[in-house]
Design a binder for this molecule. Structure first.
Ligand code: ATP
Ligand code: MG
Length: 544
């Protein structure tokens, strides 16, 4: 395991062992403006597991201080996803619940001469701020009196100005090499209804002001966040210090997780949903937790993948095959191994009595005998996969059925292909075979070797099924194009076929290994009449 988490563990351990903190308290602060994706799982694993390691606790706090785009639908979905991953927040809080306290702290800063109301427009504010090479220019409003600032700020709160007309800014250092310290905006005017506060407020605090205050109010000890906040840390500390907060949380950054072939920006995921290029946030091709779950990924596999990827102070990109390996490993000894036939070809066993069905016994998972056995139907009418039959054996590597050849039908008998039938268009529609009763699986028959083992489904008992087969959602890496134009047209293919009647009812999200094929999960659109399976991941090609 690639574990670089020590930079974080050591830091927390030091604080605990030296009595700097009594109880480790972390928080996960999602903005409720989209569904969680697998990148968030990294932050979740870090926030929850670091606290658990020291018997601490973790709050879920919705960072809902920006009313634009936030929605109760996302709040509920995020809570559900976190529980599904197996994490239990000690508390669920909302940043917006602290609006009154945040407002009072802004007044405190004004009174201390550390904040002022500024009339520069957003464009002018950006221009005055300068850049890496140019020091900022002080705002002409920087030296307003405390009394005037108090009055203007109150007017802002009372809705006396238009959006963009005024802001409240911290008075720090316009020449600071850290641009975040050049009198950052702490409050802006927005006439937008808030999902919890309604129309109560028309001034909203910026993240850089609200976040440290929220952390301090909740008694967060270690505020873990991704690396892009690195140069916001001095501002974080400035707010804690100058607001004279009782608790002094510490911000610690970690690298973001990127995955090859996986788009993880919320903005892009949202664009795909809004443009209907995917069926929703839970489209099985989406890297959202709901999408991965619907596809058939388990919480354990996702967490293992995240832990294996390790945690460091740099952003990392890991190969998506790692996640596939984790789900194979997780499902290998947990799933029934059953037979399914995609793109079916009819096989008739001409020397088997019409109207008769027999059942052969098979282990549900040959590696886990405790999983028991089941009965597999066999009769004169069967289906095999079209790709398991060719008229002629093309080369010695072809271990399937061809005219004149014999193969073993898994768990059943040897069959030999004698003749084919065609439709009017010249397609093969049926293979006429004979079986050898002496070759029954388990009978110890060893006089001949078959030309391979293939799967089958008995035609009268087999269940009709659709199989959703996926490829990467985005393969076009031309980032100049709109994301909605980059969707891989082959990313979701539907195949029809049959699956053996292994159970009377296939539960939503239930997972199986289809022998010689891959791992599949029952999709939410599945019904008992027409089963629907999502291919989670193929078996490794060497096992096929
Ligand atoms: P955006 O910047 O698109 O609005 P975000 O990814 O910052 O979104 P939040 O809802 O603010 O979304 O995320 C909650 C937490 O998850 C943040 O602390 C963020 O750092 C973390 N996070 C999000 N994506 C990743 C990632 N790919 N790797 C690690 N942490 C992540
Ligand atoms: Mg964010």
């Amino acid at each position: 395991m690639n574990d670089n988490t020590n930079f974080l563990k050591d830091r927390i351990k030091y604080d605990v062992e030296n009595g700097i903190v009594k109880e480790v308290v972390t928080r996960f602060p999602p903005e409720p403006n989209a569904y969680l994706h697998i990148g968030h799982a990294r932050a979740l694993v870090t926030d929850f597991e670091m606290a658990m390691m020291y018997n601490g606790k973790t709050n879920l706090r919705f960072d809902d201080t920006n009313p634009a785009k936030e929605d109760a639908e996302f709040v509920d979905a995020i809570i559900k996803d976190i529980e599904w991953l197996g994490f239990h927040p000690a508390n669920i809080f909302y940043g917006s619940d602290y609006f009154e306290q945040t407002y009072q702290l802004a007044i405190k800063l004004i009174k201390k001469g550390l904040a002022y109301v500024c009339d520069l427009s957003p464009e002018e504010t950006a221009k005055y701020r300068g850049d890496f090479n140019t020091p900022g220019t002080p705002s002409p409003y920087r030296n307003r009196s405390v009394e005037e600032n108090l009055q203007l700020f109150e007017n802002m709160k009372n809705g006396m100005y238009k959006e963009g007309e005024k802001t409240l800014r911290a008075k720090i250092d316009m020449a600071s090499p850290n641009i975040n310290m050049r009198d950052p905006v702490f409050y802006r005017i927005l006439y937008i209804k808030h999902h919890r506060q309604g129309d109560k407020w028309c001034i909203y605090p910026m993240y850089d002001f609200a976040h440290p205050i929220q952390d301090a109010i909740e008694g967060i000890t270690h505020s873990l966040c991704s690396l892009e906040y690195d140069n916001h840390r001095p501002l974080y500390d400035w707010v804690i210090e100058n607001c004279e907060m009782e608790h002094t949380p510490k911000q610690i950054e970690f690298g973001r997780l990127n995955i090859t072939n996986t788009i993880m920006s919320k903005r892009y995921l949202r664009a795909l949903v809004d443009s209907k290029k995917v069926t929703g946030y839970d489209d099985p091709r989406m890297p959202t937790l709901v999408g991965l779950r619907r596809r058939g990924y388990t919480a354990d596999a996702i967490k293992k993948f995240i832990r294996d990827a390790g945690l460091s102070r740099t952003n990392i990109t890991v190969d998506s095959s790692g996640l596939e390996a984790c789900i194979r490993e997780d499902l290998k000894l947990k799933t029934m191994r059953i037979m399914a036939v995609k793109d079916p070809l009819k096989v008739t066993i001409t020397n088997y009595p019409e109207g008769q069905i027999e059942y052969v016994e098979a282990e549900n998972n040959a590696e886990v005998l405790e999983m028991g056995t089941r009965k597999i139907a066999f009769s004169r009418d069967l289906y095999i996969e079209r790709e398991d039959f060719l008229l002629e054996k093309p080369n010695k590597h072809f271990k399937r059925l061809a005219l004149g050849l014999e193969v073993r039908l898994m768990h059943a008998y040897f069959i030999k292909a004698n003749e084919v039938r065609y439709d009017d268009a010249g397609n093969i529609v049926e293979v006429l075979c004979t079986y050898d009763p002496a070759t029954k699986s388990g009978s110890g028959f060893n006089e001949r070797k078959p030309n391979g083992n293939i799967g089958f489904v008995e035609a009268h008992t087999g269940r009709r099924a659709n199989f959703n087969i996926f490829e990467a959602l985005i393969t076009d890496d031309d980032a100049t194009k709109d994301i909605t134009e980059r969707v891989n047209p082959n990313s979701w293919k539907v195949m029809e076929g049959f699956v053996e009647n292994a159970k009377p009812h296939f539960e939503n999200e239930e997972k199986f290994q289809f022998i010689r094929d891959g791992y599949y999960a029952v999709d939410k659109t599945s019904t008992d009449e027409k089963l629907v399976f999502n291919c989670i991941v193929p078996l490794k090609s060497s096992v096929k």
